[in-house]
Structure formats: structure tokens, C-alpha cells
Design a protein around this ligand. Structure first.
Ligand SMILES: [Fe+2]
Length: 175
């Protein structure tokens, strides 16, 4: 069942916020934004997981950096969900809903080497970046300027996180 099909009947009547965008447009944009939202929650929790379970020589710096990254990611979630609602569509309701929609993989390992943490977060942030560019294209095609504008800022933040993760990983290797 697609996200849009779950909106039918009573939910559509009660939650269908009026918008000047077509129903095809809001369906496609909402599907993209909801996928981004699920991946943002997944990456937020992985970032905090690594923040909590970090060890080793770089503990203080990396622990603090991952807290900053987590704060950026969680700050994306409310605007993402509310964009979907402003378009008259529905959004994520539960942890199981996130699990069903996320494309990023969880990491539930007992122990992760700190260098592997950086590499995995870099890879995930790059995947999120690629998904943001794809959803930006969907929003742009239907002139959903508010969504493209939000995504543009999040792309810049994601590039910043990726830059830091890359440089820290490289620096630790070069030492
Ligand atoms: Fe903390």
C-alpha cells in the first residue's frame, strides 16, 4: 500500500488541508518528503547511538560533533512533517512507520570502531544528500517553492556534516 492510498476516506476528508497544488503533485511531494523524514529520523538515532557509544582518543571532539549533527537532524523533522501536512497529506505516526519507510540501514552492533562510525555516518549523510537532491527535483517540477527552499538549506547542512566527517576520518588516518 502506498502512503497516498492510506489517506483515503475519513482521513482524506478530515485531514485534507486545501492547497493550490494538484493532488498528483501533493502525492508525489509527500511521498518524497515522508521518505526523507524517515531517513532523517533513522540517521538522527544512529548519530546519537554513535554519540553515546563512542570510545577512544578522540572521544571529546567526536562526541561533541555528533551531538551537533544530531541537533541538526532532529531540527529537520518538524518542518519536514509540517510541509507534508500543509500540502494536505499525512505523515509519519510511529517508530514502525519510520522503519517501514527508511532506506538508510540501522546499526545495532554491540561495538563499532570509532573510525567505522565516521565512515558509516559519512556514507549515510551522502545517501541522504542524494535523496534530498532527488526530492528537490520532484518539488521543483511542481513549483513547490517552500519545500525546495527548505531542502536547499538542509543540503548545505548535510554537506557540512559530510565535510567534517570526511576530514576527521582522513585526519585520524594520516596521524
Ligand atoms: Fe549527549
Amino acid at each position: 500500500m502506498t502512503e497516498h492510498q492510506t489517506l483515503r476516506a475519513p482521513a482524506r476528508r478530515q485531514l485534507g488541508t486545501p492547497t493550490d497544488l494538484s493532488s498528483d503533485a501533493t502525492r508525489d511531494v509527500a511521498a518524497g518528503l515522508n521518505r526523507l523524514l524517515a531517513d532523517t529520523f533513522a540517521l538522527y538515532l544512529k548519530t546519537k547511538n554513535f554519540h553515546w557509544h563512542l570510545s577512544g582518543a578522540h572521544f571529546r571532539d567526536w562526541h561533541l560533533m555528533l551531538d551537533d549533527h544530531g541537533a541538526q537532524l532532529i531540527a529537520m523533522t518538524d518542518p519536514l512533517a509540517e510541509r507534508v501536512r500543509k500540502l494536505g497529506e499525512t505523515t509519519i505516526r510511529s517508530i514502525s512507520d519510520i522503519t517501514a519507510r527508511q532506506s538508510l540501514l540501522d546499526n545495532t552492533a554491540d561495538y563499532v570502531d570509532p573510525m567505522d562510525m565516521l565512515a558509516e555516518l559519512l556514507s549515510d549523510n551522502r545517501q541522504l544528500l542524494s535523496e534530498m537532491r532527488r526530492v528537490h527535483g520532484i518539488c521543483d517540477d511542481v513549483a513547490d517553492i517552500a519545500s525546495t527552499s527548505l531542502i536547499e538549506n538542509w543540503i548545505d547542512e548535510t554537506e557540512t556534516r559530510s565535510w567534517f566527517l570526511y576530514e576527521l576520518g582522513r585526519g585520524a588516518t594520516l596521524r
